[in-house]
Design a protein around this ligand. Structure first.
Ligand code: CIZ
Length: 301
């Protein structure tokens, strides 16, 4: 079988493409990417790239966000069915109904959402900047969609605000239960437990540190501890282990594997570059409205 890595490098140059990979991607995809990170970092990278083509190795809403921020680029999502169940838990119509119940209350929308929902929102956020975005708003009441768990965590960080939450969640992070934390603490005595705020509040309460993937990676890198339990999607283990060969990392739950993130393989990246697939398009009216909320996030955070 052909060695696809040099082929990907060759095609990337030929197409003037940049490969962006989310922290949750397979190791073989992270290995060929030019930039690996969370969606905030990748959004900024997409907005500033000089390449003609962005190959976005992640899920649909991420590639859609890159297209909105870089409308003149060709944005490719290597696996067209790589979606996000959390993003599918909210619709623009549903958000409009909620807004009608709270007139004048600003909407903060987690980037894990469709463009239609971003277009109805005042500002977007990622898990890396949600607290900063919410606290920068002058209003006491804020509508926060669609991740209820992240919203709970943010609410705890900004006690002067009242957050009105949507009932969506990441089905992968929601698998983790408080008993899992107790089990790993018994098994790995003294290990530091780092969890993502998409985990349910009862799990978050038991953790030593709560943060986005980039915050978890940074915390583990700086910590003096040697053993860590990771409560987010397993893809982050690649960078954690590569950056910290003297430390040990274990997953909090064996189910922390996002099936959508795992759809993209090295072969998908290769096929995307060969066939220019699958091109993401966003209707102009929607893109303009969604871009307002995304740009405001980039300014605030
Ligand atoms: O913001 C992101 O990219 C997601 C989905 C998780 C994280 O914490 O990086």
């Amino acid at each position: 079988m052909k060695d696809l890595k040099p082929e990907v490098q060759r095609l990337k140059k030929e197409r003037n493409a940049v490969i962006l990979a989310h922290n949750y991607q397979l190791d073989e995809v992270q290995e060929v990417a030019d930039y690996v990170g969370d969606s905030f970092y990748l959004s900024k990278t997409a907005a500033n790239t000089n390449s003609d083509v962005i190959v976005f190795c992640g899920v649909h809403f991420m590639a859609e966000t890159a297209k909105i921020l870089s409308p003149d680029k060709t944005v490719l999502l290597p696996e067209k069915d790589a979606g996000c169940p959390l993003a599918d838990m909210i619709t623009a119509g549903g958000l409009r109904e909620l807004k009608a119940r709270y007139p004048g209350v600003p909407v903060v929308c987690y980037v894990n959402s469709p463009a239609e929902v971003k277009a109805e929102s005042d500002v977007c956020c990622t898990s890396a900047n949600a607290v900063k975005v919410v606290s920068s708003l002058p209003d006491n009441k804020v509508i926060f969609v669609p991740d209820e768990h992240l919203g709970h965590w943010v609410a705890g960080q900004v006690p002067d605000k009242q957050l009105i939450l949507w009932q969506g969640c990441c089905i992968t992070h929601a698998k983790v239960k408080p008993a899992d934390v107790a089990t790993v603490r018994d098994k790995y005595l003294g290990a530091v437990v780092l969890v993502h705020p998409e985990c349910e509040p009862a799990v978050v309460e038991l953790a030593d540190f709560v943060g986005s993937t980039s915050a978890i990676i940074s915390y583990a890198g700086k910590s003096e501890a040697k053993t860590f339990i990771i409560g987010t999607e397993m893809g982050v283990l690649y960078k954690l282990r590569a950056d910290n060969p003297d430390k040990q990392f274990f997953l909090l739950h064996t189910g922390l594997v996002c099936p959508n993130m795992k759809k993209t393989r090295l072969e998908s990246v290769y096929e995307a570059l060969v066939h220019f697939q699958h091109e993401i398009t966003v209707e102009e009216r929607l893109a303009t409205a969604a871009k307002r909320a995304l740009t405001r996030m980039l300014e605030l955070a």
